[in-house]
Design a protein around this ligand. Structure first.
Ligand SMILES: *[C@@H]1O[C@H](CO)[C@@H](O)[C@H](O)[C@H]1NC(C)=O
Ligand SMILES: *[C@@H]1O[C@H](CO)[C@@H](O)[C@H](O)[C@H]1NC(C)=O
Ligand SMILES: *[C@@H]1O[C@H](CO)[C@@H](O)[C@H](O)[C@H]1NC(C)=O
Ligand SMILES: *[C@@H]1O[C@H](CO)[C@@H](O)[C@H](O)[C@H]1NC(C)=O
Ligand SMILES: *[C@@H]1O[C@H](CO)[C@@H](O)[C@H](O)[C@H]1NC(C)=O
Ligand SMILES: *[C@@H]1O[C@H](CO)[C@@H](O)[C@H](O)[C@H]1NC(C)=O
Ligand SMILES: *[C@@H]1O[C@H](CO)[C@@H](O)[C@H](O)[C@H]1NC(C)=O
Length: 388
């Protein structure tokens, strides 16, 4: 006997939803985002602490410097937008901030391991942020009771604080690790020496995730480290580095890849160890690298040349960084931006343009570059992210 069509369709869909629970799952509605990281995800923390960035930072979208290391929005902004959430306010910014839907603990120059554990650069002064990952964790840890106290107290600040239940429902985003590698390379370590520090960096990172879990965090979205060897910062400062067919420094990229390999493996283990957790590993490396492999495909040109900079093959000079004032033959000029930032991948030699960030966001949001392979808007589902 044959079943009527609608019954078999129903049972087929039912079967599908058992076999692949993502079809049954609803789109995630994260009420808040808490971010941890470095300059790729800073929305004003470093600028609030140590002085504002100068124009032309922010010129494309905000039309003024807003503490983001780009000409416009960064990936975290696109993530927030995609959930209909406001841009994430920097925790360290005491002016005009609104934490009702999250907070950003990431600051430019942050490392996973304490900055004092790295050698100082013999060639130039890199200032790594004092707000390394453990400090960001402590800030977050006290943020919970303090914001809840303020809410209970009432008054004008109460509504600027997150609802208590948001801490377990929020999306916890991470973008950190690149500066640990940068600190090693600029501290005159060989690629092998930097490589050898990676297990320690990953252990430290893993310990952080566990401690965040203990504070109630459940949904994690974790960016790996990009291809540092494609950045003007590295290309200009290590001119003798061997290049790959796309003009990126091979050895530097290999060290990023090893960090990413260890990170992915560690996150897979954490997914098994921690009950009721949703951990998504995001392969930012592959997405960023694809821009350098085929820039034209995305409307970009001069892939390794910074848009905002001052001369040289990569338009990058550590003594004349984007937005700084330089003295040429007695005339003061500001290091400014290229004609069309929308046609460039790299903004200031280290960070990406808004145009590149948008392409990167669109790709990572699909799930094609994540482990497990599920879209951003499904990453709250614990059973799915555990079993896929
Ligand atoms: C804080 O942000 C929320 C969400 O965007 C908004 O509804 C609220 O009005 C803001 N509060 C203030 C005081 O601006
Ligand atoms: C960097 O390291 C190399 C090899 O270890 C050494 O020869 C060189 O003197 C170092 N340079 C500085 C500036 O410390
Ligand atoms: C680093 O900064 C210190 C203090 O500002 C200065 O004395 C030193 O010469 C700088 N070193 C380099 C390599 O620029
Ligand atoms: C880094 O270390 C790993 C493990 O020892 C090794 O497989 C890899 O080739 C190393 N990479 C570099 C660039 O030294
Ligand atoms: C990370 O490493 C530092 C120094 O090595 C250590 O003090 C800290 O406790 C570690 N953090 C975690 C969360 O394990
Ligand atoms: C600065 O002066 C030198 C010598 O007169 C000249 O060669 C150079 O082109 C000038 N640089 C700029 C940027 O004007
Ligand atoms: C969820 O994300 C996927 C992949 O980016 C997208 O195709 C889909 O439209 C999104 N769903 C909703 C309801 O926003």
């Amino acid at each position: 006997m044959e079943f009527p069509l609608h019954i078999s369709l129903v049972s087929f869909l039912l079967l599908l939803s058992i076999v692949n629970p993502i079809f049954a799952a609803e789109v995630c509605k994260f009420p808040a985002i808490f971010n941890f990281g470095a300059s790729n995800s800073d929305t004003g923390g470093l600028a609030a602490s140590f002085g504002a960035l100068s124009s032309p930072y922010g010129e494309t979208y905000f039309h003024r410097p807003v503490g983001r290391f780009s000409d416009g929005r960064i990936i975290l902004d696109f993530i927030a937008q995609s959930f209909g959430l406001p841009y994430v306010s920097a925790y360290l910014d005491s002016l005009g901030t609104n934490f009702s839907h999250g907070a950003n603990f990431g600051t430019g120059g942050s490392t996973v391991k304490p900055p004092y554990s790295y050698p100082t650069s013999p060639t130039f002064n890199f200032s790594f942020s004092p707000f390394y990952l453990d400090v960001q964790y402590s800030q977050f840890k006290s943020f919970i009771p303090r914001t809840q106290f303020i809410r209970k107290q009432g008054g004008i600040f109460a509504n600027l604080m997150p609802n208590e239940k948001y801490f377990s429902e929020a999306l916890y985003t991470y973008d950190i690790g690149q500066n640990d590698l940068t600190a090693g390379f600029f501290g005159n370590m060989t690629a092998q020496q930097v490589n050898a520090t990676i297990p320690d960096i990953i252990d430290n990172f893993s310990a952080n995730i566990k401690k965040m879990y203990d504070l109630g965090a459940r949904s994690f979205w974790i960016h790996n480290t990009g291809p540092i060897g494609c950045l003007p910062l590295f290309l200009a400062n290590f001119p003798s580095a061997e290049k790959d067919e796309y003009g990126c420094a091979k050895e530097h990229n290999e060290v990023s890849q090893y960090l990413n390999y260890r990170l992915k493996e560690t996150l897979a283990q954490l997914r098994k160890d921690l009950p009721d957790v949703a951990i998504t590993y995001v392969d930012i490396y592959s997405v960023k690298f694809s821009l350098f492999q085929d820039p034209k495909k995305y409307g970009f040109e001069q892939p390794h040349v910074a848009c905002c900079g001052n001369g040289g093959e990569y338009n990058y000079n550590v003594n004349a960084l984007c937005g700084t004032t330089i003295n040429t033959n007695g005339t003061k000029t500001i290091v400014g931006s290229c004609e069309k930032p929308s046609e460039r991948i790299i903004w200031d030699g280290t960070h990406y343009t808004e145009a590149a960030n948008k392409v990167i966001f669109d790709k990572i949001a699909t799930g094609a570059f994540t482990d497990p392979p599920i879209p951003l808007n499904m990453t709250c589902h614990r059973s799915v992210t555990k079993t896929l």
